[in-house]
Ligand binder design. Structure first.
Ligand SMILES: NC(=O)c1ccc[n+]([C@@H]2O[C@H](COP(=O)([O-])OP(=O)(O)OC[C@H]3O[C@@H](n4cnc5c(N)ncnc54)[C@H](OP(=O)(O)O)[C@@H]3O)[C@@H](O)[C@H]2O)c1
Length: 276
């Protein structure tokens, strides 16, 4: 991967990113954050010791901590945990913080939220309602984790792609945009959290603009190689805005695993079994 923009400006208000959830998405964003020069403080549900191998991989800018410590140290928090447990995010500790949330609604295995099924709220609105004192920004929920590192590029690179963000606070969105720009992506503003259904699972900007089609009939090794390395046409900001504008409200609401390439599920499963 090419080096992304280094954060060399000592006046940058964002120096330390706190991660709640350090698996596929949190881990991928932590790698890009360190490459861009941010400090990262990593946390999961377990003892920080469980993250030491990952800290070692990331180097001097990384450390592992409890969730409370990761929040306290953070200028910006990334919450990358499963939606079914969003209420375990500590609202009191997160008050006043900007929180990027990457959570997606997949009504699977008996899990569902009727307010989402009935389109009363978006999943991000539920997270914001829980994190009442925080500034929630939805981002990096719409790109499969193997592709987050693959597509990161410095500003101005012709292969740089674009991700959407959504949120209710313009200042928070501006800071998140700067962070995302620094770790290798252009951004577009998809609107408020109430409007974030336009970028949820199943919408045109979800997943496929960043993932290569995987033809049937390939061996698992061939599919893996293609899926992990094949470039796709970068999504320009104007293309991203066009996809968002053409989106119609989804019904039924929520993501479906059966429309993702089987190799995506294989790789996710392998990661889940081997994660730090
Ligand atoms: N995988 C993808 O390609 C992808 C793409 C876009 C968006 N997303 C979304 O991003 C979120 C993260 O997905 P993921 O695939 O990276 O991993 P995941 O399996 O959904 O999340 C696991 C991470 O969250 C931590 N965690 C679980 N419950 C927690 C809690 N109550 N408090 C604090 N941390 C908790 C886990 O810690 P332990 O290791 O200690 O259990 C682990 O670090 C999900 O909402 C998912 O829908 C995923």
């Amino acid at each position: 991967m090419s080096q992304v923009n280094k954060v060399t400006d000592s006046r940058s208000p964002i120096k330390t990113i706190g991660f709640i959830g350090t698996a596929q998405i949190g881990g991928s964003l932590a790698r890009l954050s360190v490459k861009a020069g941010f400090n990262v403080v990593l946390s999961n549900t377990r003892d920080p010791q469980s993250l030491e191998p990952f800290v070692k991989e990331l180097g001097l800018l990384a450390r592992a901590a409890t969730i409370a410590e990761a929040i306290a140290a953070a200028d910006l928090v990334v919450a990358a945990i499963p939606l079914p447990v969003y209420k375990s995010l500590p609202a009191n500790l997160l008050a006043g913080k900007i929180v990027i949330e990457t959570l997606n609604y997949y009504p699977l295995g008996g899990f569902n939220i009727s307010a989402l099924d009935e389109n009363k709220f978006t999943s991000s609105e539920l997270v914001q309602q829980h994190l009442i004192g925080s500034h929630v920004v939805k981002a990096f929920h719409n790109i499969g984790y193997p592709h987050i590192s693959l597509h990161a590029r410095p500003a101005g690179d012709l292969e740089r792609t674009t991700v959407p963000i959504a949120g209710d606070d313009d200042d928070a969105k501006e800071l998140v945009e700067k962070f995302i720009n620094a770790i290798g992506y252009d951004t577009v503003d998809a609107g408020s959290l109430a409007e974030s259904w336009r970028i949820e699972p199943g919408t045109p900007i979800y997943y496929w603009p960043y993932a290569p089609p995987v033809p049937e009939g390939l061996s698992e090794d061939e599919a893996r190689k293609l899926y992990l390395t094949q470039k796709v046409e970068p999504l320009r900001p104007e293309g991203a805005m066009a996809l968002i504008a053409e989106t119609e409200r989804q019904f039924p609401v929520g993501g479906r695993l059966d429309i993702l390439p089987p190799i995506h599920l294989t790789i996710n499963g392998e990661y889940a079994n081997s994660r730090y």
